[in-house]
Design a protein. Structure first.
Length: 260
């Protein structure tokens, strides 16, 4: 299904809401006590309603007032070129560095794979559970209270997990969060325990997302993946996802915030 960059960015904004959001013209300033780049960056798209120098200064002051480093999330095309090169040029000249170049990928729900034969069961919860959160914390630093608020802060979300061997209470060997929005499902925070990678577990999770999206009448699915993660990008491509556009962050060299 066709969707423009701005429209998909609006969908994805709802899929991972920041704790504080303020509009500067068409730019969206987001703050979440330092948890994730996405939740603590200004989404730069279209017109900020101010001359560029004034807009950049306004963003810098806004983040300084929250004791956060300024970070700009610039929308790019599939090749990685900024949609508005005047902003990237201005930031680079001011000492900002680019990092975490990321693809946004989309697929038709109907094109995603079904579960493989003998696939493990996937547990689906409408609220984040302690076991799911513990698995999430296995690969990233959480800010207590903030992570839970963001995970539960969208239009609607489901928490998927694949239990380990033995019982449904065994620690998950894979998790994902699925956001829901009219026409779209989003895949977030997908993780498979290192010792269970290349066993088809991720395919099981994606198949579960496809089933849940189809049941809810959501014809499209999106996700985001860093360009440097060639293994994940190849897997998503094999499941039917295609690059739609991208983004890159511009931040001070020593900003100290985590990724994603």
């Amino acid at each position: 299904m066709r969707i423009g960059v701005r429209a998909l960015e609006d969908v994805m904004t709802d899929g991972w809401r920041a704790l504080e959001e303020v509009w500067l013209g068409d730019w969206l300033l987001r703050a979440s006590h330092g948890f994730t780049q996405r939740g603590n960056s200004a989404l730069v798209i279209d017109d900020p309603g101010l001359p560029l120098a004034a807009a950049v200064s306004t963003v810098e002051r806004w983040y300084a007032a929250r004791d956060l480093p300024p970070r700009f999330c610039l929308v790019t095309d599939v090749a990685g070129s900024a949609a508005d090169p005047s902003v990237s040029t201005r930031l680079a000249q001011s000492g900002y560095v680019s990092r975490s170049a990321t693809y946004t990928m989309t697929a038709l729900t109907a094109d995603l794979p079904g579960p493989p034969r003998g696939a493990r069961d996937v547990v689906v919860d409408d609220q984040v559970t302690p076991a799911w959160l513990a698995a999430f914390a296995a690969y990233r630093r959480l800010v207590p209270g903030v992570a839970e608020a963001i995970l539960a802060g969208s239009h609607g979300q489901l928490f998927l997990s694949v239990p380990g061997e033995g019982s449904a209470d065994a620690p998950p060997i894979a998790i994902a969060r699925m956001s829901t929005y009219p026409q779209w499902a989003g895949i977030h925070a997908m993780w498979v325990a290192p010792e269970h990678r290349r066993e088809g577990v991720a395919t099981v999770v994606v198949a579960a997302v496809a089933r849940l999206a189809a049941e809810r009448g959501l014809p499209g699915v999106y996700l985001q993946v860093e360009r440097s993660n060639s293994v994940a990008t190849a897997a998503y491509d094999g499941w039917g996802f295609r690059a739609h556009h991208g983004h890159v962050y511009y931040a001070p060299a020593d900003d100290g915030l985590g990724h994603s």
